[in-house]
Design a binder for this molecule. Structure first.
Ligand SMILES: [Mg+2]
Length: 301
């Protein structure tokens, strides 16, 4: 969604002290007597986020849970329950509804999350699905987008780009990584990569009132990005920067304790790709020197 709308919505909404963090991060943070509640919501629309005839409704259900859990992971929260709302196309509502629900159940069982409730509607439009996920914050607090400082190292999990070839449907929300990294106390800020490395890094720098300098040679490029580059006219690096839906973690790590950062966790690499800097904006460093970096990886023609 446009930044202008989000900025307006944030300013327009009534504020209450119980809402410790509202519109603008991966999740909201709601105060409680015990652990704070961490809440997020996401929708998937047929034709935009999935092609139903190609992937089938169960994969839609699994993806819907995955994208929400990825947001909880980016705040280092532990998932508790999800709430599902379906807008089903009239002609095959019962069948599609049951299959999506099966996919949601499979994903919830995998991550030990309860289904707390939901709503179903039938209409004449395409399939649209919504999920709200609720988790608990760790006693040591949550990762926010706004905590990066100049000097912090930019770290990404996994390999980036080309998710359209399959990963956008079947991915691992990085709950396990967050759980392993959070107690180390070295991550200052985090988000998940849903809009693409460039865009999500830019969002992090804006929230943190700083800039970022990325070493292009260090960005971990997925095999799928290389594969995509053979047919799209863009380089694999451009796909790694610009493609969305990697659902990897993007973090700011304290440089004085970077030695504590594992090289990988359960086979998922953690890679330093640059440094947050005081000069605002996105910058790329390569053999050609430092240049302004396009958040989408390339200039749209
Ligand atoms: Mg997110």
């Amino acid at each position: 969604m446009e930044h202008g709308f989000i900025a307006w919505a944030k300013q327009r909404a009534m504020r209450l002290p119980k809402v410790k963090l509202g519109i603008g991060d991966d999740c909201a943070l709601i105060a409680s007597d015990g652990s704070d509640w961490v809440v997020t919501t996401d929708s998937l629309c047929e034709g935009t986020h999935f092609i139903l005839d190609e992937c089938g409704p169960q994969a839609v259900g699994r993806k819907l849970v995955g994208v929400n859990l990825s947001d909880l992971a980016s705040m280092a929260a532990s998932p508790v329950a999800v709430f599902l709302s379906l807008c089903l196309p009239r002609k095959s509502a019962d069948l599609i509804g049951a299959e999506i629900y099966e996919g949601v159940c499979q994903a919830c069982e995998k991550y030990n999350v309860a289904i707390g409730g939901g709503d179903t509607n039938v209409w004449d439009g395409p399939l649209v699905v919504h999920l709200t996920a609720v988790g608990t914050a760790s006693q040591a607090g949550c990762w926010l987008r706004s905590g990066a400082n100049p000097g912090d190292k930019i770290v990404v999990s996994g390999r980036l780009g080309g998710s359209l070839l399959g990963k956008h449907l079947e991915f691992e929300p990085r709950l396990h990584l967050a759980k392993a990294l959070h107690p180390l106390g070295i991550v200052q800020a985090a988000t998940d990569i849903s809009d693409g490395l460039g865009v999500d890094l830019l969002n992090m720098t804006v929230a943190s009132r700083c800039g970022a300098e990325v070493d292009l040679d260090l960005i971990p490029i997925s095999d799928a990005a290389v594969e995509r580059s053979k047919t799209t006219g863009h380089t694999a690096l451009e796909h790694a920067i610009g493609d969305g839906e990697d659902f990897e973690l993007l973090m700011a790590v304290d440089p004085s304790r970077i030695d504590l950062l594992p090289k990988s966790i359960d086979g998922v690499p953690l890679t330093v790709i640059g440094t947050f800097v005081s000069r605002t904006g996105l910058w790329s460093r390569s053999k050609g020197g430092v240049m302004q970096m396009q958040p989408r990886g390339y200039v749209h023609g």
